[in-house]
Design a protein around this ligand. Structure first.
Ligand SMILES: Cc1ncc(COP(=O)(O)O)c(C=O)c1O
Length: 398
């Protein structure tokens, strides 16, 4: 893996020899073909070994080194490594337990809302984010505006859908925006939407659960001031790690956590929910980031998964009986893509048939406003043959 050739990500994406070497770095239980890497990714063997070693070391040593080293120095170094990964200043990131924890802190503690203001969500947001925004109605006296995005989505109609909402609801103050929706894998034109929102005085809270490690972006370019991520999907970290991002100039727009007593008001860590962290998982992060970079980072990982996605989508999009829900505009898709069987009403039942009859593990998430679907998410050990098996199954079942 240290032999990363100097190559365009799109060339590397189709270099099977390279991906076989990547695959050899993971331990994989034999079983059904996993096309549900959207839940969480695997750790490489090296990461898993380091994680286990940190668990054993902390368990042997107890709290003394945690108090004396980890709390004083180690955790600060880890925050600096997270900031480097995101290419942002260290005082803009705090570690949390998940994207959800970060998003909920942002939504709950945003202090810019007044009764009568409006907040915006769309049908593509994650359910916990929708619920948290609706919670604001009861607790801040705001009105929740819920929009449905057009289907099929295009760059322009997505942007228009927000433009129309901004025009129609002039008291909008805050909106949630999902970078990559877990429902269909649609990638939102974040930069364009954020610019439009900013021009209307609407603040954006970005749910980047699926974006980090899969989409090649910088927060600086995206133009959002508040964002949430996790590290277990596409970065390859142990479970239970999330990131909270607040632009330096906007820290005071988010109140400290309700239980906060440890950090000063100008320290972003005061904005994260309190509690004992998964210390061995945090300590593994430098290894995780080294592995992520050795694979080529988000540019190469994202290119590989989009390439694998194209392999199956190109073959099944024309099939009668199959509707691919995610567009082919390269700005709007990534490795995750959903489809539905148009002649079968129950997509969850079809996902079960894919597993029982074809050994293919997918998931049927609650659909967006455009209806129920089946989500296919390859990972870094997925092969073109695995996707041919999917294509054969869809031919047979459609
Ligand atoms: C769009 C989106 N937001 C939030 C989450 C929740 O992420 P976490 O498990 O890190 O809280 C997910 C998880 O799949 C997701 O897809």
């Amino acid at each position: 893996m240290n032999d990363l050739p100097l190559s365009e990500p799109s060339l590397l994406a189709r270099d099977e020899g390279y991906w076989q070497r990547v695959a050899s770095r993971y331990d994989i239980e034999p079983g059904p073909i996993n096309l549900e890497y959207g839940y969480f990714g695997r750790m490489t063997r090296t990461v898993a070994e380091h994680y286990q070693a940190h668990i054993a070391a902390i368990n042997r040593a107890g709290s003394l080194p945690v108090r004396q080293h980890f709390e004083q120095v180690g955790s600060l170094e880890i925050h600096a490594a997270v900031a480097e990964l995101l290419q942002v200043p260290v005082n803009t990131v705090a570690l949390t337990q998940s994207t959800s924890a970060s998003m909920l802190s942002l939504i709950r503690n945003y202090n810019g809302l007044r009764p009568g203001d409006q907040v915006l969500i769309s049908d593509l947001e994650y359910d916990s984010v929708k619920h948290a925004m609706r919670w604001l109605a009861h607790n801040r006296g705001v009105e929740v505006i819920e929009i449905r995005h057009p289907h099929p989505a295009t760059f322009d109609n997505l942007l228009d859908s927000y433009r129309q909402a901004f025009e129609r609801y002039p008291r909008l103050k805050l909106m949630a925006l999902t970078y990559v929706t877990h429902r269909t894998g649609l990638v939102m034109p974040v930069q364009a939407i954020a610019a439009c929102a900013r021009a209307q005085g609407v603040e954006v809270m970005l749910d980047g659960a699926h974006a980090l490690g899969l989409v090649d972006f910088t927060l600086d370019q995206s133009g959002v001031d508040f964002a949430a991520f996790n590290l277990q999907k596409w970065i390859g970290a142990p479970l239970s790690l999330g990131v909270l991002y607040i632009a330096e100039a906007r820290l005071q727009a988010i109140d400290p956590d309700m239980s906060e007593a440890n950090y000063r008001g100008d320290d972003i860590r005061s904005r994260a929910p309190c509690g004992t962290p998964n210390i061995p998982a945090w300590m593994t992060l430098p290894t995780v980031f080294a592995e992520h970079r050795a694979m080529g980072g988000a540019a190469v990982k994202g290119a590989r998964l989009s390439y694998l996605r194209d392999l199956w989508v190109e073959q099944v999009r024309p099939l009668p009986g199959i509707e691919v829900m995610t567009p082919d505009d390269p700005r709007l898709y990534c490795g995750i893509t959903s489809f539905r069987f148009t002649r079968h009403p129950d997509q969850a039942a079809m996902a079960r048939r894919l597993l029982d009859e074809h050994n293919l593990f997918t998931v049927a998430p609650e659909g967006s406003a455009c209806g129920p679907c089946i989500r296919v998410t390859p990972g870094f050990t997925t092969t073109p043959d695995d996707l041919q098996a999917l294509v054969r199954a869809l031919h047979e079942l459609a």
